[in-house]
Design a protein around this ligand. Structure first.
Ligand SMILES: [Zn+2]
Length: 280
């Protein structure tokens, strides 16, 4: 009887402790200004993203073999980050074109690892559309959505220790490696919630505008995805829910930013895109 009571008390203490560590670890995001519950530091997010990127690439046939296309993805991604507020985030962004020609999708891992499939690239016809996708994924990184997800899963504490040990090259009997593998698995299978998607849409639109891209690119992209018929619905839409609603929200946001119409100096990059992607 006494031991049951002790176990109950211990259980309670642990529960309160883990709640405390969840609610205790709030940080102010340097880009969005939001208070966030994350246990991982940006350095740990970066380490975790690097640990998981192989697994993400492997799920989609590896990296696309043509360097000229990869270079183009890098250039557009760099422009979106360097010319926008995303540059204030402490992450070294890396953009990867995946070989997968079936799955229409894009992904982000914590710390700046971003992926787009060849299938999605193949449906686009302007650089602004590409900037819109990359900007949205940069939004997931800057918004720290992966780290928030892990904090909610109570994985944070063991992971913080594990990544600390892994980074210092210490021995931990394989427990740390297991925690990292578990986190990597969660991250590559992660479907962000509606709120995260809405925030990434908002951030992505802001970043592409700051980078000088025509915001109609994001509207066209949503339409291309929604209209694409022929059997399977693009996975970008199933993991990025509610396209109709998002299109309306984006339209309203663009209208609000440019009540006098979209400035003519914003680029859609249609010709450059056609040169690099279409006329290969
Ligand atoms: Zn998303």
């Amino acid at each position: 009887m006494v031991s049951v009571l002790i176990r109950l008390i211990l259980g309670l203490v642990f529960a309160v402790g883990s709640l405390f560590s969840y609610f205790g670890a709030t940080n102010v995001n340097p880009v969005t200004g939001e208070n966030q519950r994350v246990q991982l530091s940006p350095r740990q997010e970066i380490a975790l993203g690097l640990q998981s990127r192989q697994q993400m690439a492997a799920r989609h046939g590896g990296l696309f073999p043509e360097q000229s296309l990869q270079d183009y993805i890098d250039a557009v991604g760099e422009r979106v980050v360097q010319r926008s507020e995303a540059a204030k985030a402490p992450y070294p962004f890396e953009f990867h074109l995946l070989r997968d020609s079936q799955t229409v999708n894009a992904f982000a891992l914590p710390g700046g690892q971003i992926f787009i499939t060849a299938a999605l690239l193949g449906r686009m016809n302007s650089e602004a559309q590409l900037a819109a996708v990359l900007g949205h994924e940069v939004g997931h990184v800057v918004g720290r959505h992966g780290a928030e997800h892990l904090a909610k899963q109570q994985l944070g504490v063991s992971l913080v220790n594990a990544i600390g040990v892994a980074a210092s090259g210490g021995e931990d009997g394989g427990q740390g490696a297991a925690a990292i593998a578990q986190a990597a698995n969660q991250l590559v299978n992660l479907r962000y919630g509606r709120q995260d998607e809405a925030e990434s849409d908002r951030l992505g639109l802001k970043f592409m505008l700051q980078a000088g891209y025509d915001p109609r690119g994001i509207l066209e992209l949503m339409q291309i995805l929604a209209q694409s018929s022929g059997g399977r619905k693009p996975e970008f839409l199933s993991s990025h829910p509610d396209p109709g609603n998002r299109l309306q929200t984006l339209k309203a946001a663009i209208q609000k930013s440019f009540p006098q119409g979209i400035p003519p100096n914003l680029e859609d990059g249609r010709d450059r895109f056609a040169q690099v992607v279409r006329r290969r």
